[in-house]
Design a protein around this ligand. Sequence first.
Ligand code: SF4
Length: 437
Amino acid sequence: MKTKKFQKDKVNIITLGCSKNLVDSENILTQLRANQIETVHESKKRDANIIIINTCGFIENAKQESIDTILRFAEAKEKGKIEKLYVTGCLSQRYKNELEKEIPQVDAFFGTNELPALLKKFKADYKHELLGERITTTPKHYAFLKISEGCDRPCSFCAIPLMRGRHVSRPMEELVSQAHHLAKNGVKEILLIAQDSTYYGIDLYKKRALAELLERLADVEGIEWIRLHYAFPTGFPEDVLDVIAKRSNICKYLDIPLQHASTRMLKIMRRGITKEKTEELIAKIRQKVPGITLRTTMIAGHAGETEADFLELLDFIEKMRFERLGVFTYSHEEQTYAFSMEDNVPEEVKRERAEAIMELQQEISAQINQEKVGTIQKVLFDRKEGGYFIGRTEADSPEVDNEVLVDAKNNYVRIGDFANVKITHAEEFDLFGDIVK
Ligand code: SF4
């Protein structure tokens, strides 16, 4: 086996999974570069001799993608195309022992909270002072801000607490200084992420402090959009709604995964809320923040779900008219509470139910988008692609929501800039228009 000659160490970080994992990769990138180690993220070039894979272990598909990625680079190592292979993140946290046995080509596996140990492999020190200064890998004008780690919730289907541990809020000072750092580096939009953002502060300040955090972040100069993700419905801190309604640079947007609607299923899923209470909360949110965009996520085919439960969920989605909605099919995950139940909904039926939910949501989204034709929307432009400048309104989060497309032949805008767009045409998940002064 001819080993490729590498002049000097160069690291390429590969991130799988969610935005929380991306923030972890950005922290690895920041620490390695601060230790003078040449490091890139998701580079397609094959000039790195050291690979770090930050894995996802959430559900079956994600686990398979992580394993396939590890095997691909294990093979590259065997062929001498790379010299070192390190694996970190949720899959590694959850299945370290098994993976060490099955894929010995990997030099070392690390858990989700072992950055200092990973850095040791590079004879690099963990620089605590860098916490406020993260190098981001998203387009320069937006960045994720992870406000806490882990989760204390008992949701039946979820393996995340197994991989991320108990809920730990990050100190408010640290988050505010990071926001200043991001704003100084040109970030205009900050996306607040966590496993459960509404739990923020309970551990650290013995009270729910998300509203206070939002106020502090809204005071950061240069930040024009603050977007709140991963809110939990049970015990929802309503003072957050007052801050969203009051502060102009906090998006009238809320991502609140509900997972189901039938009270019977919400009980089985250990969500701690009923359908009636959920409907009351949604009504309260819409009353306190008129025009708010609600994003939610549902699970189709959870163990024990009957046809009647599913029809109740469809009916609920039709009635609530969420502006944005995603759906997962239930994945029977070891060591979760639901794993003790029978996974009695056939895969085929899970898929059919998920498809039916998205068909209904497509209609709802098309109707809501149609109502925007003729309006002027403030749009933040993310990229140019296929002859269009493509951006998002306040109602759209990157990578998961709708987009606004502006024909590049008769319009010009700098990527990362805001511009007002007159909407001329609408489709299910996209809006089209022209820039107006
Ligand atoms: S809130 Fe529930 S679904 Fe979300 S990370 Fe925590 S346990 Fe998992």
